[in-house]
Ligand binder design. Structure first.
Ligand code: UT7
Length: 311
């Protein structure tokens, strides 16, 4: 037996903000945003939904889809850099909202790599038979830390939540290999200060292209797989050019890369699981498919894994 995904859920706010909408409020253009990033629109949450509310909506669905109840959970991990408050954690708020038992609950701060960190942490507890069911949520309300006067960042981000229940799956399925890493010397390229996201886009871009490609190749090798075995690559949806670079590094065809950046923008910790859910819901990903997930983010951090889909 190994650790895999038992059920997933997502929440995306109803409000769609298109590139054309942004053209009206800042010095940018639909053409610039599309060609430089691949983004066409993003979802923005209203004042009634904070991060924990979005996490709750996604988590409820994930637990139901796993055929479980909140009482079956043993641990809650929430990957986010936009918590409702510095503390209590979103994970603790979620424990209460879900009516889960008095189980361990904590947030993970690894920015856009957060969901990869959460999955790998969950795997340790499952593999060691410490816990049976770990809820991992990737959730961001980036709109509340977006500087709408900074066109270099404001056009990139969106709000969303995605959740997965991790537990034991049948032999050969689940997480096959992983890699996590950090380089704090690059923290200065992407951080939050005075409420807002600050970014040196070019430096983050260079790092992302290098690291995404390297980590993707590493986890494929660690799993003893080769490029022909890969059914889908699910990269962090940050910029289509960064995503393409990791695909090219793996040397796999275009149709094997899952792409949702056009409709959600960069949703940080929720981007990879959100893309995964959409592909599963669309019937694209099927039982037994080999998936490569790879992300990078502020910290700087990175994380990648290979997973054989199915229970
Ligand atoms: O999850 C991790 C989060 N971060 C990332 O993934 C970001 C990684 N970096 C990137 O995706 C890219 O660096 C950006 C999309 C942020 C920027 O693309 P770029 O090709 O690196 O553009 P640039 O920063 O080199 O800017 C090129 C030009 C500049 O004008 P000048 O100096 O050439 O006249 C910018 O001022 O584009 C201008 N520009 C814009 N123009 C229209 C920057 N942002 C915008 C904008 N609309 N929104």
């Amino acid at each position: 037996m190994s650790a895999g995904i038992l059920g997933m859920g997502k929440f995306v706010p109803e409000r769609i903000v298109t590139n054309k909408d942004l053209e009206k409020t800042m010095d940018t253009s639909d053409e610039w945003i599309r060609t430089r990033t691949g983004i066409e629109e993003r979802r923005i949450a209203d004042d009634t939904m904070d991060t924990s509310d979005m996490a709750f909506a996604a988590a409820e669905q994930a637990i139901k889809n796993a055929g479980l109840t909140a009482k079956d959970l043993d641990l809650i991990l929430v990957a986010t850099v936009t918590p409702d408050h510095p503390f209590p954690s979103v994970a603790c708020m979620l424990q209460d909202k879900l009516g889960a038992n008095h189980i361990a609950a904590m947030d993970i701060s690894a920015a856009c790599s957060g969901f990869m960190y959460g999955m790998v942490t969950a795997k340790q507890f499952i593999d060691s038979h410490t816990y049976q069911h770990v809820l991992v949520v990737g959730v961001e309300k980036l709109s509340k830390i977006t500087d709408w006067n900074d066109r270099g960042t404001a056009v990139l981000f969106g709000d969303a939540a995605a959740a997965a229940v991790i537990g034991q799956v049948s032999e050969g399925r689940g997480i096959l290999s992983f890699e996590l890493g950090s380089d704090g010397s690059g923290g200065k390229y992407l951080y939050q200060e005075d409420q807002f996201i600050k970014m040196n886009g070019r430096e983050v871009f260079k790092f992302a292209v290098r690291q995404m490609g390297e980590s993707a190749v590493n986890v494929v090798e660690k799993a003893g797989l080769n490029k022909e075995d890969i059914d889908y690559l699910i990269p962090h949806q940050a910029n289509i050019r960064i995503m393409e670079a990791s695909r090219e590094r793996l040397d796999i065809p275009e149709e094997k890369m899952i792409k949702t950046i056009q409709k959600y923008g960069n949703t940080s910790a929720s981007s990879i699981p959100l893309a995964l859910i959409d592909a599963v819901e669309a019937g694209q990903i099927k039982d037994g498919d080999i998936l490569v997930m790879v992300g990078f983010g502020g910290g700087l951090t990175w994380g990648a894994l290979t997973l054989k889909w199915g229970k």
